[in-house]
Design a protein around this ligand. Structure first.
Ligand code: ADP
Ligand code: MG
Length: 599
């Protein structure tokens, strides 16, 4: 075939291949145009998942009649005029591609009226042929109608998924955009039914209802505010406590300079900030907005503009990681503003159960032991070996006089089923998962020791000789230094033998041999040096888990109180290393409701 110049319509259809993948991409481009036009209110209407109809109406600046046809031609934009403009572009669009691309693969109509104008204009397009420019009686603003998307591109049409799937993509996109531009009022209607109705959020309004409406009620209620600025960068938004982690990465909204984007660097930074408090394979939920100088971001790297390039990506990574990790570290037990998981009302039957009745009796019995305003029991005497000394400043002893200030997690009353600690706090009743709590305390302590040099360790009275594989013995030899820093001394004593001499003090009487074997096989399977620090934390978490109080171990009241005080003093103690809550609280109000008191 000889070389030839492609016709305009075919060029647009090829461009549409990149920009218009499915109904959601059309909605995205149209919404971006509306936002760029300064709209305050946007109405979106879809039929059949958007395959039959997509209509977007805004109250923005509109397009003058004599520019309407131009808006539909390729590479026509009002947003940039020079390469210099591209470096500081603050509009969402700038490529001048969306309208002609969409028009080339649909039956298309655009009507627009500038706010001051006596009337508007409209033009239609079908299969690349533009109709006549006509006066229109439309409202001020712009309305775009896209019917029968891909009617002339059967190959693309075949790729459209079920109506619900396509609409799901649209809905997700609209929800994300509504969080990035909370000042917009947005309605989304599908097949004649309202799917989403979001009122505009005033600058000083409470953002939580919007978070609830756009994501879910739990996120709205429990998300923690982040707002950190440094070196010309700012990250602000909301992060969910680890207990609201998800099996999919489907509650992650990220914007860079008000542009919703996907960005692996930032997503990784957030994931790393959560690494300590999330179980492997779980995904954090967040809505984060990053503000960077415009010249630090290259927006012209992706046809649909859903990715950007960060000029200082390592700096941004560090910044975001520390901002999020810092906020998560504040979730220590008893830190009220970010209280951990509470019983959802649905988990409680309206009938008081036998178990709850017993709890009441227990409280009664123990209350008499301590009296009201009781002093903390003096537990420092009988501190058992499994528990360490309390951290300084953990509010250990009883105040000398006056009614004691009850610590946030209260005083232990009893151990329930060998697994939970029941405590009475100033606000109500606290249940602690002993194992989860102890695991978190151990882990944070060992991490601290590791950072200060090495994990505290103790010599074994009788060294254990372990038969291992040659590779494992190699690993013990090669990583000796690292193992010592983690509190282990494993010496190679043969081609396939090592001797275990020292273990972390926290492990106590646990099965040290199995732990050492697991450690070696872990070392062998993950020799990737780049990830060793991350891996080290995982190892520590594993050691902490094994060292922690096993279910069914009887604790004395003193031991229980020691554990509560340590939780209060430990960062991130609201969750265990796997992101499960370590404690829950039932307030007296909740208890009253449960027992139908005051009705
Ligand atoms: P881009 O957004 O990259 O400029 P588009 O093809 O999306 O390219 O739009 C072309 C032009 O049409 C825009 O630059 C803008 O001037 C105008 N336009 C499109 N949609 C709207 C709208 N909803 N309100 C006002 N002007 C619009
Ligand atoms: Mg555009």
């Amino acid at each position: 075939m000889p070389i030839r110049q492609l016709p305009e319509q075919l060029i647009n259809q090829i461009a549409a291949g990149e920009v218009v993948e499915r109904p959601a991409s059309v909605v995205k481009e149209l919404l971006e145009n509306s936002i760029d036009a300064g709209a305050r209110r946007i109405e979106i209407e879809l039929d059949a998942g958007g395959a039959r109809l997509i209509r977007v109406r805004d109250d923005g600046a509109g397009i003058p009649g004599d520019e309407l046809v131009l808006a539909l031609s390729r590479h026509a934009t009002s947003k940039i005029a020079s390469l210099g403009d591209l470096e500081s572009v603050s509009t969402l669009g700038f490529r001048g591609e969306a309208l002609p691309s969409i028009a080339s693969v649909s039956r298309f109509r655009i009507a627009s009226r500038q706010p001051g104008a006596a009337h508007g204009y409209e033009v239609q397009a079908e299969d690349g042929r533009l109709g006549e420019l006509r006066p229109s009686a439309c409202a001020p603003g712009t309305e775009v109608e896209v019917r029968e998307l891909f009617f002339n591109v059967p190959a693309r049409r075949k790729f459209l998924r079920a109506e619900r799937t396509e609409f799901g993509h649209v809905e997700e996109l609209v929800r994300a955009l509504s969080l990035v531009h909370p000042g917009l009022a947005i309605t989304l209607v599908h097949n004649g039914r309202a799917a989403l109705r979001l009122g505009a959020l005033a600058a000083d309004g409470d953002p939580r209802p919007r978070l609830s409406a756009a994501l879910d009620a739990e996120f709205g209620a429990q998300a923690m505010l982040v707002d950190v600025a440094q070196a010309g960068m700012r990250v602000h938004g909301w992060i969910a406590p680890p207990t609201l982690s998800r099996a999919q990465a489907d509650r992650q909204v990220l914007s860079v300079n008000q542009r919703p984007v996907r960005d692996r660097t930032i997503a990784h930074a957030v994931r790393q900030a959560y690494a300590d408090v999330l179980f492997h394979g779980r995904h954090p939920a967040y809505v984060l907005h990053l503000e960077l100088p415009t010249d630090a971001v290259d927006v012209n790297v992706h046809p649909a503009k859903s990715e950007v390039r960060l000029r200082e990506s390592r700096l941004v990574h560090q910044f975001v990681m520390h901002a999020v990790a810092g906020r998560l570290a504040e979730t220590r037990a008893g830190a009220v503003p970010s209280a951990p998981a509470r019983y959802a009302p649905s988990m409680l039957s309206s009938e008081p159960t036998q178990g709850l009745l017993q709890v009441r009796e227990v409280i009664g019995a123990y209350r008499s032991l301590y009296g009201t305003g009781s002093a903390a029991p003096n537990w420092s005497q009988g501190s058992p070996s499994a528990m360490s000394e309390p951290s300084p400043g953990s509010g250990s002893g009883a105040p000398a006089d006056g009614p004691a200030e009850v610590p946030p997690l209260g005083y232990a009353l009893a151990q329930v089923h060998g697994t939970f600690i029941l405590a009475e706090s100033a606000r109500g009743l606290v249940l602690v998962d002993m194992h989860a709590a102890h695991e978190r305390i151990n882990y944070e302590r060992m991490k601290g020791e590791r950072e200060a040099g090495a994990v505290a360790s103790q010599m074994l009275l009788v060294p254990h000789v372990l038969r291992v594989s040659a590779r494992e013995a190699d690993a013990a030899e090669r990583h000796g230094e690292r193992l010592r820093a983690l509190g282990f001394e494993l010496v190679r004593t043969g081609p396939d033998a090592v001797t275990l001499k020292r273990v972390p003090s926290a492990i106590g009487g646990t099965d040290v041999e199995t732990l050492a074997r697991d450690l070696l096989s872990d070392l062998v399977s993950r020799a990737d040096a780049a990830r060793l620090t991350e891996f080290e934390n995982e190892l520590l978490a594993d050691v902490a888990c094994r060292a922690s109080v096993r279910a069914n171990r009887r604790l004395t009241i003193h031991e229980m109180n020691a554990l509560l005080r340590e939780m209060e003093a430990t960062e991130r103690s609201g969750q265990c290393n796997h992101g499960r809550p370590t404690w829950v609280e039932l307030s007296t109000a909740e208890l009253d409701r449960m027992f139908l008191r005051g009705r």
